[in-house]
Write a protein that binds this ligand. Sequence first.
Ligand code: G
Ligand code: G
Ligand code: MN
Ligand code: NA
Length: 257
Amino acid sequence: MAIENGLRDAVKNQELELHYQPIIDFATSKVIGAEALLRWNTPKFNDVYPDEFIPIAEESGLILEIGKWVLQTALKQFVAWQKEFTGVIELQKIAVNISAHQFENSNFLHDVDSIIKKTNIKPSCLELELVESALVENLKTVSTRMQKLRDLGVSISIDDFGTGYSSLSYLKKLPFTTLKIDKSFVMDIQNDVDDKELISAILMIAQTFNFEVVAEGVETQEQYLFLKEKKCTYLQGYYCSKPLPNEQFIQFLRKNS
Ligand code: G
Ligand code: G
Ligand code: MN
Ligand code: NA
């Protein structure tokens, strides 16, 4: 309850902040964008991480307001980076986490559309990250909802791929563009032959369905080299960078341009 009440004022009190984790193209080694990850700077509670406060934001419904703030802030920031690095770095992607509550909310489509227009972002640069638990409803309903978002021109990824409980049949029924391999699979690459096989299989499925693949949680050179050889599309992980506050992300872009 204390956390819920604190969160209630977080947007108004400007206590929310986004960090940005670079996403790198395996083929060119260039940074092509970032995932926005929410942080809460609160004087009342020490180090409350999203794993703790996002579920509270979801249960209380506050995620709707917070989620809108996240989208607006991330898109605005992305457009500013694109402007600053025109002709130097081709920034193609800003990935934003969307919780099931937001995805199911009847205003969501309208909100995304209006934030796109307001920030003037190229719609194809926006990638909405959904987790499998957002897809448990009737497949037809989910598919229709996703297609309307795709019709705006945005991409949609499935986050934490492989950890959920859904049937794989949604892969051919839902209009995704991208799979994000969960870090638990990537982390075990050096220890576990089966995880290597699993990732190879995921990459084969992705090729079949024409999905891009982001490997998350890449930390070591061994993981990096394995994924590169297997033609994974994008890398995200501490091997390249942890999530960074905006100013540091811009420094990262400068260093890598
Ligand atoms: O850095 P990490 O601790 O940032 O993130 C923890 C979890 O919180 C991740 O699973 C991520 O999907 C989730 N998360 C981070 N930022 C957001 C956000 O803006 N919205 C939602 N819905 N989830 C987020
Ligand atoms: O949205 P999602 O659940 O995918 O959020 C990504 C989470 O993974 C965030 O909490 C982020 O801070 C974390 N993360 C990103 N890169 C790495 C990494 O290389 N190693 C570990 N352990 N965590 C990472
Ligand atoms: Mn994510
Ligand atoms: Na993930």
